[in-house]
Design a protein around this ligand. Structure first.
Ligand code: ADP
Ligand code: ZN
Ligand code: ZN
Length: 663
């Protein structure tokens, strides 16, 4: 009798599948692809997914090992999730086994049974009173609902407060009537109890959340409830794109431009792009919503791949905020705050309103420096400065989280003259306390929200204090409703204007509008004061005077002229090593490998040091590959990786490939 082999995808970075002998007394032909299998691998045991059963193998007999255990009878991954994983492994040139692992809840990865007793799903009986949709909202709802039986991508472009969420809710309602389920992807930061509560109060069906802050068991339960068809609406962050559904009818990606949809380690996928692929595999509509759409999505609208829907007005009675720039070169300032901003804050607070200040830098001061010899406190493991924190006092690296006690004197000259330079949220808080001693100051940043539920406590505090100063980093800018805020101050708008990262300007514009969108959401009109040293910068002026649409047109033209994404397709090899030379030599070797068959259609730049050239003790170098044609780039990468796999044994540096990289 011919022997059978089980071909298995294993969670290891090695691309490729692995053949094993089936266990004794198991009929291999009865095994279904998609089940979990435990195998010996090097000196470990791994749990992989059965891909196929074959009768031929390239593994020599003496090396062939036997499976340890067949875990499932039924496949754990549904056919559509399997297809999505295969597509992703192929597109991102990543190990299929690792992609499967990313698609499964942790407990399934660890071999726990794929069933669990479900708690009774809580539902809500009473439905709130619905607002009457305006024409633009109605049109959007109609268009999306009309596509309910086929794949179509919609870009829902509407300023903050224009009623996008209301559109999502109405479309979901139509989908539920067809007894189908809906998946809503949101950025990590906006998945708050408020968001969940808004969906729950609308529908009388189970609405479940899925995010990294839940226990492994809770995540497995949601996953299973969706698979069974019991969870009608799942609201989740990035990895929820792999949730199985019995009958998925709609995908929504809210804040589609948000960089947090991009996974930045190991399997580096973009959840928005996978969501579009999944909708196409499932033949269902998908809605990408944003007040500040990504240039990628705007271009897809221009190329007629996406259908454009716009909500040009704020819903209800809310009006858009007024912008005003403060030229920091001429303003009188104290700790980075101009007297104009201080005065306007006082006026708004005296009127019994809230004021919000935005500063994208946590800690007390970004630099600690010796005024005698100009020594600067740096991180020993990263090419970065240590940030001075006042509460608790000490130095911290924001890249590797190294911590150090506050030095009492200079490490270089011994002088007792160390000075914090620059402004962080803690320093701003301290300064504001002296100016507004009787006003509650609520600081929201990564430090103040570390404990579980801390963010929610702060948000509750904000809603309970009619007169308050809210102070925070971009955490404060996203997704939350602050109807009492009448003034928003951008303490510093310039960092995005002069960056080595070509996406910095786009992200600066998106963040600025997100922040501004917090003001004047309800009946109270808002003002946005922007402090800048470059009030004449053409991009800043375009954004403020002509709006995001014109701003994005200008950026798109720039990208087209420079042949940058989305007008070209990019991939990045990143290599890390203890010695800078090893990393760069490795990448130079990669470049040499393809030089023989490199054509004009593909450009390879580098190697160059990464923006953060050293991190956690490792030097990071990059090799950038670009082509104006996606298929050409894909073919090139495939060929190159096959060559590299042949040299696998000799590689000593850690490297990854990042397709469609986002810095
Ligand atoms: P977005 O998601 O675009 O920020 P929301 O859907 O959250 O906007 O709407 C902002 C506010 O306006 C919410 O309080 C919502 O209940 C309200 N709203 C939405 N649509 C309407 C409407 N057609 N009429 C009155 N109020 C509305
Ligand atoms: Zn010194
Ligand atoms: Zn560090």
């Amino acid at each position: 009798m011919e022997p059978f082999y089980l071909r298995i995808a294993l969670p290891t970075p090695l691309r490729g599948l692995f053949d094993y002998l089936p266990p004794q007394r198991v009929d291999p032909k009865a095994l279904m692809p998609g089940i979990r299998i435990k195998v010996p691998f090097q000196s470990r045991t791994l749990i992989g997914i059965l891909v196929e059963i074959t009768t031929s193998t390239t593994v020599p007999d003496e090396k062939m090992k036997q499976v340890l255990e067949v875990i499932d009878e039924q496949p754990v991954l549904e056919a559509d999730i399997d297809q999505l994983c295969q597509w992703a492994a192929n597109y991102y040139h990543h190990s299929l086994g690792e992609v499967y692992a990313a698609a499964m809840p942790a407990l399934l990865r660890k071999g726990k049974p794929a069933d669990s007793k479900m708690d009774l799903l809580k539902t809500n009986e009473q439905q709130e009173k619905l607002p009457t949709l305006n024409d633009a909202q109605q049109c959007a709802v109609d268009m999306i609902t009309k596509a309910k039986d086929h794949f179509q991508t919609f870009l829902l472009d509407g300023v903050t407060g224009s009623g996008k969420t209301e559109v999502y809710l109405r479309v979901i309602d139509e989908i539920l009537k067809l007894d189908k389920q809906a998946l809503v992807l949101v950025p990590e930061i906006s998945l708050t109890p408020q968001t969940i509560a808004r969906f729950r109060s609308r529908f009388s069906v189970p609405v479940l959340a899925l995010h990294s802050n839940m226990t492994e068991l809770a995540r497995l339960k949601v996953w299973l409830a969706a698979k069974k068809g019991d969870a009608k609406i799942v609201i989740g962050t990035r990895s929820a794109i792999f949730t199985p559904f019995a009958n998925l009818g709609l995908i929504i990606v809210d804040e589609e431009h948000d960089p947090s949809f991009k996974q930045q380690d190991r399997f580096r996928y973009h959840a928005r792009d996978l969501a579009v692929m999944r909708a196409s595999l499932n033949h269902i509509p998908i809605v990408l919503g944003s007040a500040t759409p990504s240039l990628e999505s705007i271009l897809n609208v221009k190329r007629e791949r996406y259908h454009y829907l716009s909500l040009p007005m704020r819903a209800g009675n809310a009006v858009l905020p007024q912008y005003q720039m403060i030229d920091l070169r001429y303003a009188k300032t104290e700790e980075g705050i101009s007297d104009v901003l201080l005065k306007t804050m006082r006026e708004n607070l005296d009127a019994g309103n809230q004021v919000m200040l935005f500063l994208n830098r946590r800690g007390f001061a970004p630099v600690l420096y010796c005024a005698d010899c100009t020594w600067i406190a740096g991180c020993a493991r990263c090419e970065a400065r240590m940030v001075y924190h006042s509460k608790p006092s000490g130095l911290r690296c924001h890249h590797c989280d190294s911590r150090k006690k506050m030095p009492s004197c200079c490490e270089q000259c011994g002088a007792d003259n160390l000075q914090p330079v620059g402004l962080g949220t803690q320093r701003l808080e301290q300064m504001l306390q002296t100016h507004f001693p009787s006003v509650p100051i609520i600081r929201v940043d990564r430090d103040s929200t570390q404990r579980k539920d801390a963010l929610q406590t702060l948000l509750d505090q904000i809603h309970a204090s009619p007169k308050a100063i809210l102070l925070g980093t971009q955490m404060l800018a996203k997704g939350h409703h602050f109807p009492q805020v009448t003034l928003v101050g951008m303490v510093e708008a310039d960092s995005g204007l002069f960056s080595a990262d070509f996406r910095a300007a786009e992200q600066m514009g998106q963040l600025l509008l997100q922040v501004a969108g917090r003001a004047g959401r309800a009946e109270k009109p808002g003002t946005v004061l922007i402090q800048t040293r470059h009030p004449d910068h053409p991009l800043l002026k375009t954004l403020i005077e002509e709006g995001y649409q014109r701003f994005s047109e200008v950026l798109l033209t720039e990208r087209e002229q420079a042949l940058l994404p989305p007008f070209s397709y990019a991939a990045m090899f990143r290599a890390e090593a203890h010695a800078e030379k090893s990393a760069s030599e490795f990448l130079t070797g990669v470049k040499k490998m393809c030089s023989a068959w490199l054509t004009d259609a593909v450009t390879v730049f580098g190697p160059v040091p990464a923006l953060l050239a050293k991190r956690k003790g490792l030097h990071c170098q990059q090799l950038f590959v670009q082509s104006s044609h996606r298929g050409t780039l894909q073919g090139f990468l495939k060929r190159l990786l096959a060559e590299m796999d042949k040299e696998k044994g000799k590689q000593t540096v850690k490297w990854v490939l990042d397709v469609d990289p986002v810095a």
